[in-house]
Design a binder for this molecule. Structure first.
Ligand SMILES: NC(=O)c1ccc[n+]([C@@H]2O[C@H](COP(=O)([O-])OP(=O)(O)OC[C@H]3O[C@@H](n4cnc5c(N)ncnc54)[C@H](O)[C@@H]3O)[C@@H](O)[C@H]2O)c1
Length: 383
């Protein structure tokens, strides 16, 4: 195969990454899309490829011999159905995060991958951001020694817009935002420290969004649209204070990872500012990032020994492309995986383990903070 022919299931916001795959004279081309919304399919054709085959039934894509790979960019609760069906029909699969909304769902996807012999890649694009690749490289170089503790804060400014104005706000669609938004952060904790979560205890609440507004209220029709701080500035218009919302908007998770590494993770969706702040503490030093000024700081012990390193600050290079330049690179890696069997930075098991940790933390929150053990990897699954 010289060119990967890709079809997308889900032509919503995330389908925008198709532009990095659509290169008719290059190694990948986007030839099709499925979505239940004809409007979204029309926009997809305008933006990506006027000649693309489009359909409201994703199964039509799976029957076509002229499609080699499927990108699953549908809502979280459909990933399992779409990824399993695509693998069973002999397609390679790129699946957006979270891999699925239950651990069992992830395991069914991993099993379908194993049986199909096809490639499966999870959309952990944060692993492709210069900031986090730099941090991974620093830890792997041994500069801060063996990792013992991790502390992550994720302030999701505009969290209301992204997560409470549409399907994301209901637990039946996501399980919780620890899987939605948090699957990236949990994955970065796992990836950089080189260990998966074994057990968690967590607390969380729905303290800002949700409420008693009617489920069919929308921002444009609301009497309070001129004064409401959460009035939607974009296309997602369901009221962020509607009754049906039931996913926590702030969470604190304490985690114990393999090797006894301790981690704590705070995620909050109603902060005015946006940033992810990570610190990794090792036996020889501490590393912390600042997303706001694009730097990673490494502090090392003042010991007067020959092992002493200098404190270092890394300036992170800005890259072209969405998500800090991560999206063109993750898309390229999927093509390299399919064409040349080149291993990407992410693995299906990592996708499963971040969901498993997020599900365990959600269970802990909803049962008063009890310690919950993370479901171990099924032994019959090759990853
Ligand atoms: N890695 C990242 O940085 C990143 C960023 C954004 C979103 N995502 C992920 O991408 C996925 C999609 O998110 P989004 O923001 O594009 O959501 P969205 O709601 O904008 O798009 C989802 C699309 O799926 C369509 N759809 C619903 N049911 C369908 C069905 N049965 N068959 C086919 N299409 C169907 C919807 O009509 C919609 O167009 C989510 O899982 C999300 O976690 C990842």
């Amino acid at each position: 195969m010289k060119q990967v022919r890709i079809g997308l299931i889900g032509a919503g916001l995330r389908s925008g990454i198709a532009k990095y795959w659509h290169d008719p004279n290059g190694e990948s081309i986007v030839v099709a899309a499925a979505d239940i919304s004809t409007e979204r399919l029309e926009t997809f054709k305008e933006k990506i490829n006027q000649d693309a085959f489009v359909t409201q039934d994703y199964k039509d894509l799976l029957k076509r011999d002229d499609i080699d790979a499927i990108a699953v960019t549908s809502p979280d609760y459909l990933h399992e159905e779409h990824a399993v069906a695509a693998l069973k029909s002999g397609k390679h699969v790129y699946c957006e995060k979270p891999l699925a909304i239950t651990v069992e769902g992830c395991d069914r996807i991993l099993q379908a991958k194993e049986k199909s012999g096809k490639h499966l890649m999870v959309g952990f694009n944060m692993r492709y951001m210069n900031m986090y690749r730099t941090m991974k490289g620093i830890v792997d170089s041994g500069a801060i020694g063996d990792i013992k503790a991790v502390w992550v804060r994720h302030f999701v400014g505009l969290g209301g817009y992204y997560y409470y104005h549409d399907w994301h706000g209901k637990s039946e669609n996501t399980t919780s935002l620890l899987l939605q938004k948090g699957s990236h952060d949990i994955d970065i904790i796992h990836w950089i420290s080189g260990a998966y979560t074994k057990k968690v205890s967590a607390f969380g609440g729905l303290d800002f969004f949700g409420g008693d507004k009617s489920n069919d209220l929308t921002c444009p029709t609301c009497d309070e649209k001129d004064t409401c701080t959460e009035a939607s500035p974009g296309t997602l218009i369901e009221c962020a204070f509607r009754e049906e919302i039931d996913v926590e908007d702030n969470n604190v998770v304490i985690m114990e990872l393999e090797g006894g590494i301790k981690a704590s993770y705070l995620q909050c969706h109603f902060t005015p500012d946006y940033q992810r702040n990570y610190t990794f503490i090792g036996t020889e030093g501490r590393m912390e990032n600042s997303e706001l000024d694009g730097k990673v700081h490494v502090y090392t012990r003042r010991s007067n020994s020959w092992r002493e390193y200098s404190d270092m600050t890394y300036d992170i290079k800005k890259a072209q492309g969405t998500h800090g330049g991560a999206d063109p690179n993750i898309c390229k890696d999927f093509v390299n995986l399919v064409l040349y069997d080149k291993e990407p930075l992410t693995t299906p098991l990592a996708g499963r383990m971040s969901v498993a940790a997020g599900c365990a933390a959600t269970e802990s929150i909803r049962s008063g903070g009890k310690v919950v053990h993370v479901s171990p990897t099924p032994s019959n699954t090759v990853v």
